[in-house]
Design a protein around this ligand. Structure first.
Ligand SMILES: C[S@@+](CC[C@H](N)C(=O)[O-])C[C@H]1O[C@@H](n2cnc3c(N)ncnc32)[C@H](O)[C@@H]1O
Length: 447
């Protein structure tokens, strides 16, 4: 048999296409060959995992720095390449890693009050290798029960899927989640308006932490699914028989009738009588029984891979930090709750405004947030200590939320966070930017 073609290709309906081998129809790779993505400068896994020792310091509210290492419940100002290497050396393992890296948009991002946040300048192979190297470190940092969620735009979705398959193994792919990020757009240039971004979900093994997220059904769904109502509530009618024959009671007579051919009663005749006595059997005009199933008060539906209820800030009462690309806090809480348990470690290596670490803190997880942007770290400290601001003030043309002015309890709604956390900084950054480091120290809660 020609290598690369399976038997059904050679002998089946497609035989005329597949049997002309050689120059006319070059062979396909062998079945089971893993596809990889190739480009110059792709480092080996071994090279990426070679120890990189960069010292870190912690900074206290008085601005005093001391040698330290990346550890649980810390915000880290650093390139995550160094911080992840530092963490690897500690042997600490995470149950959940969520990352929302730059998307290769080519844009510069600023906060709502026009402060520089970060550049999204990497593209092509440079972007791919930047992410891949860090994903290889993240794989090492995950516990065997761990999961990773990679949030990404359409720009690099295809490449990211290939890299993740390569690093985590295609068998550990769980979902590509489509997240509706914004409401309808009324203008787009000769192409379809983009409303979604994507989250690639992988686990480290097939035995991973999972707490099934449920959502409340829409009123429309309820009305369709449970269309009838009586004094006990909304209900639907379901058959009292099921496919397959049975020899016992469920295959025999009930109210003088046998189950329809090829079927059996779903319950014993005694149980069916009990339903009927409670008024829970509906008899059609021609005597066909069906059971009433009432809508439970806590009816939930398993969340699917299409998330349309987690849009980013879209109305004025939503609390935000003002950091660009800040993600929906409810979505972050849902991810943390689904893929970790209280006490587990959650890492966000591109933590931005701190959405993930805030969610992890609120839900009683340990956490580490890493970002190379000064504004990101400032914003995350503010958020964890003082809470976020309602977006409305800014939109209505009133004073924009000033993230770094004194907190005014009378005008700003804020959230309860228990966070007692450390600020860690790459030692070199602390040497090069002492004024910024002491500015960050000044934002830390006083003991
Ligand atoms: C899309 S934003 C993350 C937003 C975040 N999910 C939130 O809810 O606010 C991407 C972040 O990655 C950070 N970043 C980019 N390259 C980095 C690197 N090498 N190390 C650490 N952070 C990096 C940027 O500074 C930026 O804050």
């Amino acid at each position: 048999m020609a290598v690369g073609h399976n038997k059904s290709e050679l002998e089946g309906d497609s035989a005329t296409l597949a049997s002309r081998v050689g120059d006319l129809s070059p062979l396909l790779p062998l079945a089971g060959t893993v596809a990889t993505i190739e480009y110059p400068g792709k480092l080996s896994r071994e090279r990426i995992l070679q120890k990189v020792s960069v010292p870190f310091v912690s900074v206290d509210p008085a601005g005093t720095v001391r040698d330290d290492s990346v550890r649980a419940n810390s915000l880290v100002w650093s390139d995550n390449w160094f911080a992840l290497h530092n963490l690897l050396a500690s042997g600490k393992k995470a149950t959940l890693i969520y990352l929302d890296p730059p998307y290769a948009t080519g844009l510069d991002f600023q906060s709502r009050d026009q402060e520089h946040a970060y550049n999204d300048a990497l593209s092509d192979a440079g972007y791919i290798e930047f992410i891949r190297r860090r994903l290889i470190l993240m794989l090492e940092l995950l516990s065997d029960q761990g999961s990773i969620y990679v949030h990404i735009g359409h720009q690099m979705l295809g490449e990211m899927k290939l890299i993740l398959d390569e690093v985590f193994g295609a068998k550990n792919f769980r979902n590509i989640i489509t997240r509706r990020k914004c409401s309808s757009k009324n203008f787009t240039k000769h192409q379809y308006a983009n409303l979604n971004d994507y989250i690639l979900f992988y686990s480290k093994s097939d035995s991973y932490t999972w707490n099934q997220p449920m959502e409340n059904p829409d009123p429309d769904w309820i009305a369709k699914e449970y269309p009838k109502v009586d004094s006990k509530g909304q209900y639907k009618l379901v058959p009292v028989h099921a496919p397959g024959t049975r020899r016992g009671e469920t295959g025999g007579l009930w109210r003088g009738e046998m189950p329809p051919a090829g079927k059996h009663w779903q319950y014993t005749p005694t149980r069916l009588d009990e339903f009927d006595a409670k008024g829970e059997i509906h008899w059609s005009k021609n005597g066909n029984p069906r059971r009433k199933v009432y809508l439970p008060a806590d009816k939930g539906l398993a969340l699917t891979d299409y998330w349309d209820k987690y849009r980013d800030a879209h109305h004025q009462s939503i609390l935000i930090t003002g950091y660009p690309t800040e993600k929906n806090f409810e979505m972050m809480k849902m991810i943390v709750a689904a893929s970790s348990n209280p006490g587990d470690l959650v890492i966000d290596p591109f933590s931005g405004s701190g959405s993930t670490v805030h969610a992890a803190d609120v839900l009683g997880r340990e956490w580490i947030g890493i970002d190379q942007s000064l504004l990101a770290v400032k914003t995350a400290i503010k958020r964890l200590t003082l809470g976020r601001n309602p977006m409305g003030d800014f939109v209505k043309g009133e004073t924009p939320p000033d993230l770094f002015s004194e907190f005014k309890a009378s005008t700003v709604q804020h959230e309860t966070v228990s966070a007692e956390f450390s600020l860690l900084v790459d030692h070199e950054i602390s040497k090069l930017h002492p004024a910024e480091v002491s500015g960050l120290a000044g934002l830390l809660p006083k003991p």
